[in-house]
Design a protein around this ligand. Structure first.
Ligand SMILES: [Zn+2]
Ligand SMILES: [Zn+2]
Ligand SMILES: [Zn+2]
Length: 274
């Protein structure tokens, strides 16, 4: 299993428009955070999770060449706004609809934003089409298992996703955009080799976890490696990574995780990353 972080920023992105702060003007590329999404390669299956406003540019940057299915975690604009650019992948699939899984709320938002794209085939060659379905709590695929759990996120619920690779037995959990992680979601993520959590910023927010809240959840789940995502311009990458407890760090755009093999002895059980 491979995981590619296409974006790790909050809804405003970093740099933020009209801001000259140290993080927004930083020359460290890890402080440049496009809106949050990941690409998961499970065996030979390419799963795209969310499509940020920068989705096309993220695909070009990370050389994403194929998508078999799409999962929308929830219907907020920073996760859904790039979906029209999935048209290229419908074309590559042979001019058929892309399977799209989400919550009822996520599917309703897709229908409202992309009414021309709902159906089994694109309206014309090069157009986008979505075959919508509610993601079941457990999806068994030849390549692995995708499990999901609902996470509170203000007025909506976000799908927390757990991927298990059948070949290696490796487990990866992705919990973005959540105010808390309920007990059922903690239980589902237990045993994950790598955990990703919403760690918006140091200050409290009505619909996202603070960094301290995310660290507390990370300790409860106790994955060997946890990454925080959906980050604002309030946190500088290197400074915060040095300050976070061992085994917890910030994700950054372009971060790639290879979970296909056990880490070599002597690396403290940390998942390999670039
Ligand atoms: Zn978001
Ligand atoms: Zn700034
Ligand atoms: Zn959101």
């Amino acid at each position: 299993m491979e995981v590619i972080f296409l974006g790790t920023g909050t809804s405003q992105g970093v740099p933020m428009i009209a801001c000259d702060c140290a993080v927004c003007t930083s020359t460290d590329p890890r402080n440049r955070r496009t809106r949050a999404s990941i690409h998961v390669v499970l065996g030979d299956l390419h799963i795209q999770v969310d499509a940020a406003p920068e989705f096309r540019l993220q695909c070009l940057r990370e050389r994403i060449g194929w998508i078999d299915r799409f999962i929308l975690t929830h219907g907020h604009a920073d996760h859904v706004a790039g979906m029209d650019d999935l048209r290229r992948f419908c074309d590559l699939l042979g001019g058929v609809a892309l399977p799209v899984d989400s919550t009822e709320e996520g599917l309703a938002r897709i229908r409202a934003m992309y009414p021309y794209a709902i159906g089994e085939r694109p309206a014309a060659k090069g157009y986008v089409a979505f075959r919508l379905q509610t993601l079941p709590s457990r999806l068994e695929l030849p390549q692995g298992i995708i499990e999901s759990v609902r996470l509170p996120h203000g007025a909506v619920e976000t799908l927390g996703l757990v991927f298990t690779d059948r070949a290696s037995g490796k487990k990866f959990a992705y919990y973005t955009d959540c105010k808390s992680v309920p007990a059922a979601a903690v239980a589902l993520a237990r045993g994950a080799d790598v955990m990703v959590l919403d760690g918006l910023r140091p200050e409290p927010h009505p619909t996202h976890m603070t960094i301290d809240e995310a660290v507390a959840v990370a300790r409860e789940i106790a994955a060997p490696q946890t990454y925080l995502t959906h980050l604002t311009h309030l946190t500088e990458h290197a400074e915060w990574c040095s300050r976070l407890p061992a085994g917890i760090s910030f994700a950054h755009d372009g971060l790639r995780l290879n979970l296909s093999s056990r880490p070599p002895a002597g690396e403290g059980g940390r998942a390999a990353s670039t």
